[in-house]
Design a protein around this ligand. Structure first.
Ligand code: PLP
Length: 370
């Protein structure tokens, strides 16, 4: 099998597995219990909090564990909206190509009385900071823009966008689910108030994530119930998965150098694909995540290409995993300016450091056959 769908999910790394297994088998205590078994589980969680905080230049008290990127996005957006409501600001800004977790949270807010403006990303898939400046109004309270897009991999100028939000005293959230280990994040200097992370995109387990909440941002709690996560996110903690995401964050930062190899492989893939003719690359070719290649094949539905490649043991996708099987064409490709038929031609390959040049050549051979 050739796995080229790392934006959908990643394999748990051997280090993360090594960290998680003894916790699953032995450290089963409830972290809230006051006897030693509980205390040890609590310490495992606090150690992971230190690891996560270190990896992104945050303070430990700014790190909250969640059930994944979707929950982190929901909490950040709905929490920021309630801060806005208290300040009588009912306008929110985002973009046309966010992840569904963001788009649907914004839709929920729209139904409850907020006005939402989505900035057009244009053909490059990169937001022009001037457009953000032009969209801000006197009643704008909050901006959410993803760090890098999960379908086309384009990287946004988050520092610049965050500076604009600072200038206008706006809360700023970014969905950083796809960028951990790819781009250096130092929240001591990066002007971001809320940042979402997901474990399973960085070789940790599914069902665990992080929301960074900057000190001083008085966001409401998300889950009602127990006192876990300092009373902000109730629910008995998934100790093993939390330990795993702590290790994975450290590994991701330490392994950033591998991205050079991944970029070379991806660029070789681009070269080979372009030689096939009648293909196009979706989004800016350079300012994108190292492993992402999103290709449009003229006149062929992406789903057919994915199914044919599957017959050769190759895993790739047409777009976001959570939308797979959806009849609707990708809103991300449409946001670049393509019509629905063209948007259905997209195929996403996302490589990791575990892929090889031999695999790239094999995929190219099979694409040529198809
Ligand atoms: N945000 C982005 C950019 C993603 O790619 C994903 C996963 O596909 C999510 C959020 C949702 O994360 P999770 O699967 O952990 O809920």
């Amino acid at each position: 099998m050739i796995y080229a769908d790392n934006a959908a999910t990643t394999k748990i790394s051997s280090n993360v597995l090594r960290v998680m297994l003894p916790i699953l088998s032995d450290e089963f205590g409830n972290p809230s219990a006051i006897y030693d078994l509980g205390g040890r589980a609590k310490r495992i969680i606090e150690n992971a909090r230190i690891q996560v905080a270190e990896a992104i230049g945050a303070k430990t008290r700014e790190i909250y564990f969640t059930s994944g990127g979707t929950e982190s996005d929901n909490w950040a957006i709905k929490g920021a909206a309630s801060i806005c409501r208290k300040k009588n600001k009912n306008h929110i800004i985002s973009t046309t190509f966010e992840h569904r977790a963001v788009i649907d949270s914004l839709e929920f807010l729209r139904r409850s009385g907020f006005e939402v403006t989505l900035i057009d990303v244009g053909a490059s898939g990169i937001i022009d900071p001037i457009k953000l400046r032009e969209t801000i109004r006197s009643n704008t309270g909050f901006v959410t823009i993803m760090f890098a897009n999960n379908e086309i991999g384009t990287i946004q100028p988050i520092a610049e966008l965050g500076e604009i939000c600072r200038d206008f005293d706006l809360l700023f959230h970014t969905d950083a689910v796809q960028v951990i280990g790819e781009i250096e994040i130092d929240l001591r200097s990066l002007p971001v108030d809320l940042l979402s992370v997901s474990g399973h995109k960085i070789h940790a387990a599914k069902g665990v994530g992080v929301l960074y909440i900057r000190d001083g941002v008085e966001i409401d709690k998300f889950m009602d119930g127990g006192n876990q996560e300092r009373g902000y996110r109730a629910g008995t903690e998934n100790t093993a998965a939390i330990a795993g995401i702590g290790a994975a964050m450290q590994d991701a930062v330490a392994g950033r150098g591998n991205r050079i190899f991944v970029t070379k492989m991806r660029d070789a893939f681009f070269d080979g694909v372009l030689q096939l003719g009648k293909v196009r690359i979706h989004g800016d070719k350079k300012q994108r995540l190292s492993g992402n290649a999103n290709i449009g094949f003229d006149g062929i539905e992406g789903e057919l290409v994915v199914l044919k490649l599957n017959c050769h043991g190759i895993c790739c996708s047409t777009g976001a995993a959570c939308s797979a099987g959806a009849i609707e064409p990708s809103h991300v490709i449409k946001a670049l300016g393509f019509n629905s038929n063209k948007a259905k031609e997209a195929v996403r390959f996302t490589f990791s450091e575990e892929n090889t040049f031999e695999e790239i050549n094999y995929i190219l051979d099979k694409l040529k056959e198809i």
